[in-house]
Design a protein around this ligand. Structure first.
Ligand code: ZN
Length: 88
């Protein structure tokens, strides 16, 4: 696989710092998921749907980037279905 910028494969958050990474069951850092989505080898919200994750990520963009909510949702909806957790 070609190298890609490292982002959480559940929510799309950039995994820039070691503290951004979630943890596997044995405590090692996850290569694919962030600390919010994934802890000790399990998703923190295993029942979350992609729609709920889009809403949540869009709300973060509204706060961090000052985007209107509709625009933020549009943006998130372009990349979230491509993340490994949601790709079927
Ligand atoms: Zn995440």
């Amino acid at each position: 696989m070609p190298p890609k910028p490292l982002i959480c494969q559940s929510c799309g958050k950039p995994l820039d710092r070691p503290s951004d990474h979630g943890t596997e069951a044995d405590g090692t850092p996850s290569a694919e998921y962030c600390a919010v989505c994934y802890k000790h080898g399990a998703f923190s919200q295993p029942a979350a749907t992609m729609e709920q994750m889009i809403d949540r990520a869009a709300n973060v963009l509204v706060i961090q980037m000052g985007l209107p909510l509709a625009k933020a949702k549009e943006l998130v909806a372009t990349y979230m279905p491509k993340l490994r957790r949601w790709k079927q």
